[in-house]
Design a protein around this ligand. Structure first.
Ligand SMILES: [Zn+2]
Length: 238
């Protein structure tokens, strides 16, 4: 019985079937959390499903791994918030006014009793977002100050932005901008963005000369770029 229910559950799994005259055998492909079956034109659907069934554990394992890796974690639900290289324990309490305060490794989130139940989650996210923005302002100010001395450049000013999927920018007037969401990344990754933007004060493009300058001050820049490719979905609160 157990086996039967497993079969039913499994065959209800959606997959895309791609038939090709050139194919000699059935093959499975998992990309972006979805299953695709590549099959020769003449193979019966029943045979294909039998093949999937044989590979059930492989498919499930890979689907699960990929689906987990593309979904932004629910930091509120886990009550564990990343802040550069630290993890802060989130504690939510009801109080007279709404506020966020840090005490060691604990982040206290006071929610005003006047916030209605339906609005509580959004209010928590809003409070955390502005707290992270303050952290970003302080951290980037300090790191830009450090790196501008190393690199012998003078930015005009810095500002913190709320972009969805953009991490930093530099204008021709020397205004540097950084996304507050970088506070959810490891410090070495956020530092790479600082060096990248400061290098634009010397080269306003992504020419080989620009990358040479980045490499001079930040030799691990390729690893940092790789980190963004793999993990940028982690950089949001929800
Ligand atoms: Zn750039």
């Amino acid at each position: 019985m157990l086996l039967l229910s497993e079969i039913c559950q499994f065959t209800s799994l959606p997959y895309q079937l791609k038939r090709s005259a050139r194919r000699r055998s059935v093959a499975l492909q998992i990309r972006n959390g979805a299953l695709t079956v590549l099959a020769p034109v003449a193979v019966a659907k029943q045979q294909i499903e039998h093949f999937i069934l044989q590979k059930q554990h492989w498919v499930e394992r890979h689907l699960k791994a990929q689906q987990q890796s593309v979904v932004t974690p629910d930091y509120l639900l886990s009550a564990l918030l990343p802040l550069l290289d630290e993890k802060l324990q989130l504690k939510v309490v009801t109080d007279k006014v709404s506020a966020v305060s840090r005490d060691g490794q604990t982040l206290w989130l006071q929610l005003s009793a006047r916030v209605s139940t339906g609005r509580r989650r959004q209010k928590q996210l809003d409070l955390l977002k502005s707290w992270y923005q303050q952290q970003a302002q302080q951290w980037f100010t300090a790191r830009v100050f450090y790196w501008q001395q190393q690199m012998q450049v003078q930015p005009a000013d810095i500002q913190i932005k709320n972009w969805q999927r953009k991490w930093g920018s530099c204008t021709s007037k020397g205004l540097l901008s950084f996304n507050w969401r970088l506070m959810l990344a490891p410090a070495w990754v956020a530092d790479y963005v600082v060096v990248h933007e400061l290098a634009h004060l010397t080269h306003m493009d992504h020419s080989p000369a620009f990358w040479q300058r980045v490499a001079l001050f930040y030799p691990e820049f390729q690893q940092a770029k790789g980190w963004f490719k793999q993990h940028q979905h982690l950089l949001d609160l929800c």
